[in-house]
Ligand binder design. Structure first.
Ligand code: G3H
Ligand code: ZN
Length: 277
């Protein structure tokens, strides 16, 4: 079932579980993530980033497929636009049927981030769509890691109240696109942010965080856990192994299946064993 992010994140907050959010670049990701969520009996967020839209050249073909996968799922599924700076793309995603969008103004000065985020909230909420924003920039998207970035709890509390957002992404020690899981999260800061911010918190760059690190982060107050690179690492290593073992293969379904199957197994493990405490 297709659901909005605010209600499913609120439910996870009440039961103190994490909500897995996984990036969809190819339609097979959406199929694998829905199947994994059904096996785990957990809700899931399928997210398409502005970068993935740039890769495809447009949102609609992939977006429509992801929405179809969500609507036929036997568990609650959110279809979310991830890391969008382009407000025209946000409007397009909402018109297409996405139930959640992230406006990423984390690179902007505070006042500009606040004003732009509030405008997105007005547009989205009028259409029943949830909004995630970011304060305190989680680095790494451009290959430059700055795990020292931190979100200030007082500022975050004011930002959430002033904008009316549904979820807030915070900088607490993770960084995007890490290929090892050694990031050290500031769990005391997560606790302080959870107390100061009236909406569920989002951890970006979770690929760099160990199983235990994610369990601690969720226990401290993280709800939405964004994972992409970790799954790409599994996919690509599995494809590489398959092609090396099967050099004569030409059917793309063979090696794609070899790559996506272990990704689904890992998503099922994260949803069913790690994010539930
Ligand atoms: O928004 C997406 C995520 O923050 C994923 O980051 O690729 O480091 O797991 P990651
Ligand atoms: Zn992110």
């Amino acid at each position: 079932t297709l659901v909005d992010l605010a209600s499913v994140a609120g439910e996870c907050a009440r039961e103190q579980t994490g909500l897995g959010a996984f990036n969809v670049v190819h339609i097979e990701h959406a199929e694998a993530f829905v199947a994994a969520a059904e096996r785990a009996g957990r809700p899931v967020v399928l997210q398409v980033s502005e970068n993935a839209v740039a890769f495809h050249g447009s949102l609609a073909p992939l977006g429509a497929g992801v929405l179809a996968a969500a609507r036929s799922a036997r568990v609650p599924v959110v279809v979310h636009l991830d890391h969008a700076k382009d407000t025209a793309l946000i409007a397009e995603a909402i018109a297409l049927g996405f139930t959640s969008v992230m406006y990423d103004g984390s690179h902007l000065p505070y006042e500009q981030n606040l004003a732009a985020t509030a405008a997105v909230v007005a547009h989205a909420h009028a259409r029943g769509v949830s909004v995630e924003a970011e304060l305190g920039e989680v680095g790494g998207k451009d290959g430059v890691h700055h795990p020292g970035a931190r979100t200030d709890p007082d500022e975050a509390g004011q930002f959430a109240a002033a904008t009316g957002i549904d979820l807030l992404a915070v900088a607490v020690g993770s960084s995007h696109a890490m290929t090892t899981r050694g990031a050290r999260l500031d769990t005391d800061l997560i606790t302080a942010l959870a107390a100061a911010v009236p909406v569920p918190l989002v951890l970006h760059g979770s690929s760099g965080v160990s199983d235990e690190g994610m369990r601690s982060a969720i226990a401290a107050g993280i709800i939405k856990v964004n994972v992409s690179t970790h799954l790409n690492t599994i996919f690509t290593a599995s494809v590489r192994d398959y092609l090396e073992a099967n050099p004569a293969v030409v059917d793309t379904r063979r090696w794609f299946a070899a790559g996506i199957e272990p990704v689904g197994v890992e998503v099922e493990r994260l949803l069913g064993k790690i994010y539930v405490g």
